[in-house]
Design a binder for this molecule. Structure first.
Ligand code: PLP
Length: 408
């Protein structure tokens, strides 16, 4: 695999993060690649203009195809993911949808992991079905289920490991083997692990998507998507981006490159904080189950340990059933966790979710409700104390109510 430029890249991950995608000598010594704003890019001669438009240099003829800043981030991510080429999109979802659009045509069969990111599912339901693509869902962890659904017309198998709401770890190498046996492409949403904790191409993916909005940007201040392909999938991915006119804003790209420099250190802390929070919730009277692949008794732990190099700060908690009033107290009492979508920033988040309506192959959470937590970079002791005092307050609402109804 080769991600241009072919200048030798360091092998140590931390060294890579400090050096990939920048070239001070090409930018008057500036440590960071400056923000290039531009639509039109002019040439001085017809010869120069022609050279700008050669197939291997599509970026230099028009701003929509990118700039030196665009290429810098693409090269850095491509190197980290271990693919052939990467391309930027204006959001993570756009990277997901255009990866699919590039590879699929009418009549193709698409298999999607049933625990997939909700908006990707909505796209398949609303858009791909309208384009006569045969959309079907498979059980995220049951290979036998996938094996019975896969067919000669299956063109793409779409995986997300772990599912970013319900945290099932998928056996990507085994899924890829089944997919490749019928010549299908494996598209993976690798946002949870980032390329630091999961190397998608080593495990059989053909396209890997990053919602860079999350950990790569890392500060909740920009939206960006990146898709990386191997050599086989690259032409379809690139033309999908270009044909739909997808492009990313220069300030967002700059922020993503800046985020990349501290990614390893931030992730280490998200991982530590997440595990500590998750452990503190195991056995808690309000908690039925903690969904975190790094916990030894998690259903996905063995595969996580085999294939992943770490865990991010996002995990789930199946709560015992609570009344609306209890839930309201729980969320009102949380001081350090904001109620919000997205994740991967430095701040902690809590979200109440019900994944059941969006499940085709089974209902794993009949017993309770799902609390999704993102462990930010705060002190773990403070996060644990905040969550536990809020859970206690919610429990007390229930007890006070039970007592008052019993005495009236
Ligand atoms: C957030 C997210 C996306 C979409 O990213 P946006 O930048 O918000 O469009 C895609 N996949 C997963 C797993 C996500 O969490």
């Amino acid at each position: 695999m080769n991600c241009p430029p072919s200048r030798e890249t360091p092998s140590d991950l931390h060294t890579k993060l400090a050096h990939l995608g920048r070239a001070p000598s090409e930018h008057k010594g500036m440590v960071n690649v400056p923000v290039y704003r531009g639509s039109t890019i002019v040439a001085d001669s017809l010869e120069e203009w022609d050279s700008r438009k050669t197939a291997d240099n599509p970026m230099a003829s028009y701003g929509r195809f990118g700039s030196p800043l665009t290429r810098s981030l693409e090269h850095a991510i491509c190197d980290l993911e271990g693919g052939y080429r990467s391309i930027l999109f204006p959001s993570g979802l756009s990277a997901c949808t255009h990866s699919l659009m590039g590879l699929l045509k009418a009549g193709d069969h698409l298999l999607i992991s049933d625990s997939v990111y909700g908006p990707t599912r909505t796209f398949a339901e609303r858009v791909l079905k309208r384009m006569q693509i045969d959309v079907e869902y498979f059980h995220p962890t049951r290979l036998d289920d996938l094996a019975t659904r896969i067919r000669p017309t299956t063109r793409v198998v779409y995986v997300e490991s772990p599912g970013s709401m319900t945290f099932e770890v998928q056996d990507v190498p085994a899924i890829a083997q089944l997919a490749h046996a019928v010549d299908a492409f494996v598209v993976m949403d690798n946002t949870w692990a980032t390329p630091l904790f999961f190397r998608p191409f080593k495990h059989g993916a053909d396209v890997s998507v990053q919602a860079a909005t999350k950990y790569i940007v890392g500060h909740s201040d920009a939206l960006l998507g990146i898709a990386t392909a191997n050599e086989r999938a690259w032409p379809a991915l690139q033309s999908s981006a270009h044909d739909f006119g997808e492009t990313a804003g220069p300030d967002d790209i700059f922020l993503a490159l800046r985020g990349l420099r501290t990614l390893a250190m931030r992730l280490q802390r998200h991982w530590d904080n997440g595990v500590q929070l998750a452990q503190s919730l195991q056995g808690h009277p309000s908690v039925l189950r903690v969904l975190h692949p790094a916990l030894p008794d998690d259903a996905g732990h063995a595969i996580w340990k085999r294939d992943f190099r770490g865990a991010s700060g996002l995990f789930g908690v199946v709560l015992r059933p609570m009344t609306r009033e209890q839930l309201s107290v729980l969320f009102r009492r949380l001081k350090l966790f904001g109620i919000g979508l997205s994740w991967g920033g430095y701040e902690s988040l809590a979200l109440l979710a019900d994944p059941r309506p969006a499940r085709a192959t089974g209902l794993p959470f009949e017993e309770g409700m799902l609390l999704r937590l993102h462990a930010g970079l705060e002190s773990p002791e403070d996060l644990i104390a905040d969550l536990h005092q809020a859970l206690e307050a919610a429990r007390f609402v229930g007890r006070a109510k039970a007592v008052s109804t019993a005495t009236t």
